[in-house]
Ligand binder design. Structure first.
Ligand code: HSE
Length: 285
């Protein structure tokens, strides 16, 4: 059986909307076994058919790219990444399906091409890039293909996720964004994202905190998250960098320690300590 492990991600990192993402050490695991027909095990009830399973969609998409008939498999799933919380659960499904298809097709594509296929399925690269490569990744599109660049994250930095019990779909979180923005807001973000890799590399929280000031999406999406303003204020006043993780509802906090978690308990949200994570891994059992 082919087994695939794919990690959670925190996309955007505040000012890197649709560009930047960080892999986190929370993983989903998948199994793929040749079968007489497509079957699903371990998924929630609503994802147990080919009509509504993103791993299946991604898997068959790769076969279609090569005009090949998909090899039927039993797909099993066991997951730790919360769904629709801005931690890249959908990208983990896409990455697993695409990499499994590549394996059963005899590895026609290299990792960079597989990343490009995943990003095209997802529509933006900032979740799938860290899910594929691990660590901190910035992506761009040139000549129709998504391409990654990798940046260092200092060991000094401690990562925490504040995970509310409510879901926010990426679709809904994109719907609340304005269709146009003033130049000054774009310049605000450009000036910050270009300096962000330095802050991650040096593990400089003061710099991270100043750079984590987004004008493209967080002012609009914060309203979807109960307690967002208060939580942000508590984190910032205590010296921690704060942002929405992906399109929410999870919030990402970065500091030199985990002490802030005591001050956040009153919100009743799940508080999780995390580390930068690995990229996708495959093995055969
Ligand atoms: N960059 C995306 C967004 C990430 O913020 O909408 C969510 O998948």
């Amino acid at each position: 059986m082919l087994r695939i492990k794919v990690g959670a991600t925190s996309a955007n990192l505040c000012v890197g909307f649709d560009v930047l993402g960080l892999a986190l050490d929370l993983y989903n695991e998948f199994g793929f076994e040749p079968s007489d027909e497509f079957k699903f095990k371990g998924f929630k009830k609503e994802y147990l058919t080919i009509k509504n399973n993103m791993v299946y969609d991604a898997y068959t998409h790769v076969f279609k790219l090569l005009n090949k008939k998909p090899i039927p498999v039993l797909i099993s799933f066991s997951g730790n990444i919360p769904v629709s919380r801005g931690l890249g659960s959908s990208s983990s499904l896409i990455v697993a399906g695409v990499f499994a298809a590549n394996y059963f097709l005899g590895n026609p594509f290299d990792k960079d091409k597989l990343f490009d296929i995943c990003a095209n399925i997802e529509g933006h690269p900032d979740n799938v890039a860290p899910a594929v490569y691990g660590g901190l990744v910035a992506s761009y599109k040139a000549n129709g293909s998504f391409k990654p660049n990798f940046y260092n994250v200092s060991d000094k930095l401690k990562f925490m996720a504040i995970i509310p019990p409510f879901k926010i779909s990426t679709h809904d979180a994109r719907e609340v964004l304005p269709k146009e923005l003033p130049y000054k807001d774009i310049v605000n973000n450009l000036s910050r994202i270009v300096n962000l890799p330095r802050a991650f590399n040096d593990g400089n929280i003061e710099l991270l905190k100043e750079l984590f000031d987004d004008k493209l999406h967080e002012p609009y999406r914060g309203k979807l998250i109960k307690g967002y303003d208060d939580i942000k204020k508590i984190c910032n006043e205590n010296g921690y960098a704060f942002s929405i993780s992906g399109s929410g509802s999870t919030m990402l906090v970065i500091g030199y320690d985990y002490n802030i978690l005591d001050k956040l308990e009153g919100f009743g949200y799940e508080l999780v300590k995390l580390n930068p994570g690995q990229g996708v891994s495959l093995w055969v059992e």
